[in-house]
Design a protein around this ligand. Structure first.
Ligand SMILES: [Zn+2]
Length: 86
């Protein structure tokens, strides 16, 4: 266990030192917090994705990075055009 807790300002009600925060870093990063003033609360959701959900996620991430790679290539081409014109 490598958890750490501290008090912080609440992002909802704005009360200073009302948000009790907890952070765990191992075996993965886990955050939770509870506001002792307004009740605002959040935590890291832990679950295991189903195979179909993993496939969808991979598709989305692949297309996102492919689009970024295309954009970067376009930017490089634009740069080359500007650089070599006179
Ligand atoms: Zn609050």
């Amino acid at each position: 266990m490598s958890g750490n807790s501290y008090m912080s300002s609440c992002g909802r009600c704005g009360r200073e030192d009302a948000l009790h925060c907890f952070v765990e870093t191992k075996p993965f990063k886990y955050n939770s917090a509870d506001c002792l003033n307004c009740g605002f609360s959040y935590y890291t959701k832990i679950l295991v994705l189903k195979k179909d959900d993993i496939k969808k996620l991979r598709k989305n991430i692949d297309s996102k990075f492919n689009n970024l790679a295309k954009q970067e290539q376009k930017n490089c081409n634009d740069f080359d055009k500007d650089y070599f014109k006179d």
